[in-house]
Design a binder for this molecule. Structure first.
Ligand code: SAM
Length: 340
């Protein structure tokens, strides 16, 4: 746990563009039991890296003294760390600079969630987001490259709802020609299962070279296609830095979110910073740089020195991504090795 005393609001993390950084994503492993076509290659053999959970705990503790309020655990597949409930149990004891408990969330592919939902809730997890890219089990298996995976994930979503980890959000990355026939089935799923379905535009973060602008289903096309099912009604944002545009249908049943980083970039109000599973800071998904916080910690840095280093990296946070522009360069890591 951090030894820093709680600093005042004036010392909260803010980048040079005036964005307050309040949201930390922590990848606890870059192993994954799925090989989603838009994320990974079909091959194994990559080198994996993960830290002892206590090291993540110390690092998160330092971030929290700098004004982090939301922590999302991710990966890789975070539920492959079977000791995850003990990390959550310790994180749940941390307090923000305002003295409030952290907003503790998890993003998972749901494959192991059925048995983990209750222990995660018991440990202090607030909410869960499950990635699910098709309602049709065959399409789902083609995307994840794991046969029989759909029913495990569905059972995981329902277990999370029963455990009180709701409202469960279900994230779907849409790819033209692969799963865009699932748009209306997902709208029905949101209404039938009482989950918030969020469609995410495909970003060039994959290990393979699948991304082209044509494969992306942009927000405007998506809202038109959803409206053929039922008229959409916009909802107001929950927070100023919310990435999803929220909608319901004309009868008020079901919630849909659309996250459109490609066609409607939201970098101007980005509040995020990421910690990779090997302890490096990433100031943007599309950054060309890693900032090696863990190396400093291993060399004996104090919490104060780590905090100073975090501040100096946030200073370098990129103004925006350059997807679709001539100067765009793929980031130095793919999504599975950054932590989504
Ligand atoms: N394994 C967990 C899961 O499946 O949710 C957590 C890690 S995964 C990398 C986090 C999120 O990133 C998932 O919702 C996934 O769909 C999304 N993602 C991965 N590659 C993406 C890409 N190229 N474009 C958009 N979203 C992507």
């Amino acid at each position: 746990m951090s030894t820093l005393t709680t600093p005042g609001i004036a010392s909260r993390l803010t980048d040079k563009y005036g964005r307050a950084i309040t949201d930390l994503r922590v990848s606890v492993t870059d192993r994954c039991n799925y090989k989603c076509i838009y994320c990974r290659t079909g091959n194994d053999g990559a080198q994996y890296s993960e830290l002892p959970l206590n090291d993540y705990l110390r690092i998160v503790g330092v971030f929290v003294t700098l004004g982090i309020e939301k922590v999302r655990l991710t990966g890789g597949e975070p539920l492959l760390r079977r000791d995850l409930p003990s990390l959550i149990h310790e994180l749940a004891k941390l307090r923000t600079t305002d003295g409030a408990p952290l907003d503790l969330a998890l993003t998972t592919n749901g494959h192991l969630l059925e048995e983990m939902a209750q222990p995660l809730k018991g440990a202090g997890l607030s909410r869960v987001t499950v990635s699910m890219d098709a309602i049709d089990p065959d399409i789902f298996a083609r995307i994840t490259r794991v046969p029989g995976s759909f029913h495990k994930v569905l059972a995981g979503i329902r277990a999370a709802q029963r455990a009180g980890l709701g409202p469960v959000k279900v994230n779907c990355v849409l790819l033209r020609g692969f799963n865009d026939d699932q748009i209306v089935p997902f709208a029905k799923f949101a209404r039938d299962e009482g989950v918030i379905v969020r469609f995410i535009e495909f970003m060039p973060l994959e290990e393979d070279r699948l991304w082209t602008p044509e494969v992306v289903i942009p927000l405007n096309e998506l809202t038109e296609r959803l409206s053929t099912f039922r008229p959409l009604v916009p909802l107001s944002a929950n927070t100023p830095s919310e990435t999803a545009r929220r909608y319901t249908f004309d009868d008020g049943i079901g919630e849909i979110g659309i996250i459109a980083p490609v066609s409607q970039a939201f970098c101007g109000h980005c509040s995020r910073v990421r910690l990779t599973s090997d302890g490096k800071i990433r100031t943007c998904l599309f950054s060309q740089f890693d900032h090696d916080l863990y190396a400093r910690m291993q060399r004996g840095a104090t919490d104060e020195e780590m905090a100073a280093y975090i501040r100096s990296t946030i200073e370098k946070k990129e103004a925006r991504h350059h997807i679709g522009e001539p100067d765009f360069l793929k980031p130095s890591r793919s999504m599975v090795h950054i932590g989504g």
